[in-house]
Design a protein around this ligand. Structure first.
Ligand code: AVJ
Length: 326
């Protein structure tokens, strides 16, 4: 499901298309709407509008994550290079426009660059541009829903693999799903592989809630866009003005939750189904888990990683870790 700054969409984009994929998306959406409490997967944020809204979120004062991570990469470039070594097989999970990984090329000097994204089409355009700027780095774009499977093509070099998973995208998974996903990455690492991963840290609820409920209303639009996108898929009749954006920090689970709350009692219908909502009833659209430095290192260790080095920004708001498969 998760990540971006570049084209997050990519990290789980769902675009209306023909055939089995659309049928599966419709079934998933209908099942989520019939669930109690109702839910819509965060992957439905990322159509064309949603991807642009996410890029705008990354520019907001309140959304510190993107800037904090970029500052960590910039200020610790030397140390990151020493930990990761030169000439890695750089596997970029949810690469989108490839911008984050490309900014690390001078630091990492990868021997092969493997951007992975659900949308192979989108990748091809980005990689064509990047390849002409870096003719010396062999690039192998892979269209794959890596949250489902990490089966990489045989042309991906087995030695010195470095999985790159920035942007706190892991935060969209529950801790259990996150552990399963990291364990799968560990399995794909081979004997000498490693991970370079960015994750948001637990902090004051007011700062977190502002990051997910900005004054300009961009995150509200981003959240509401899931309903517009659902209407496209499902032919449902969500009327966006009936819904209100809600973001809250759940201190029991250390996660930001985003919901859409019905402003009045209403019924949503779609071909073959319907769901009534009471006034104030919510649809859960996203979890964004936050970790402590200690908790995140323990998670990596429990998934077969060790020799962990982490860096943070001066405000200690965000964490970047390098960890080796052991
Ligand atoms: C792309 C999942 C990292 O959780 O911060 C931003 C998505 N949601 N604002 C996050 C998001 C609301 C973002 N991730």
């Amino acid at each position: 499901m998760p990540r971006p700054q570049s084209n997050p969409a990519a990290r789980g984009a769902a675009t209306p298309q023909f055939g089995a994929a659309v049928e599966a998306a419709r079934a998933e959406l209908a099942a989520g709407l019939n669930h109690h409490p109702a839910r819509i997967s965060p992957k439905y944020f990322y159509d064309e509008i949603g991807s642009k809204l996410f890029e705008s979120i990354c520019l907001l004062d309140e959304y510190y994550l993107t800037r904090a991570e970029a500052a960590i990469f910039l200020e610790n470039a030397g140390a990151i290079a020493r930990a990761a070594g030169q000439g890695a097989t750089l596997i970029d999970l949810g690469a989108g426009n490839c911008a984050k990984a490309a900014s690390l090329f001078p630091v990492l000097n990868p021997k092969q660059y493997v951007p992975v994204d659900i949308s192979a089409e989108f990748l091809r355009g980005a990689v064509a541009k990047l390849q002409s700027a870096h003719p010396g780095i062999p690039m192998l774009p892979v269209g794959l829903d890596f949250a489902e499977s990490l089966k990489l093509p045989a042309q991906v070099q087995a030695q010195n693999r470095l999985f790159f998973y920035p942007g706190s995208s892991l935060g969209n998974f529950t801790p259990l799903q996150a552990a399963q996903f990291l364990t799968r990455i560990r399995g794909a690492c081979g004997p000498d592989g490693a991970i370079l991963i960015g994750i948001d840290l637990v902090k004051d609820a007011a700062i977190l809630e502002a990051a997910y409920d900005d004054a300009l209303g961009v995150t509200a639009a981003f959240n509401l866009n899931a309903l517009r996108h659902a209407n496209e898929f499902l032919n449902s009749d969500f009327y966006l003005r009936d819904w209100r954006h809600v973001a809250l920090f759940n201190t029991v689970h250390n996660r930001i939750e985003m919901h859409l709350e019905a402003r009045r009692a209403l019924t949503v219908t779609w071909p073959g189904g319907a769901r009534s909502f009471a006034a104030g009833e919510r649809i859960h659209t996203e979890n964004s888990y936050k970790y402590t430095r200690r908790g995140f290192a323990e998670l990596l260790e429990s998934c077969g990683f060790g020799d962990i080095t982490c860096w943070t920004d001066t405000a200690q708001s965000f964490l970047v870790c390098h960890a080796r498969a052991i």
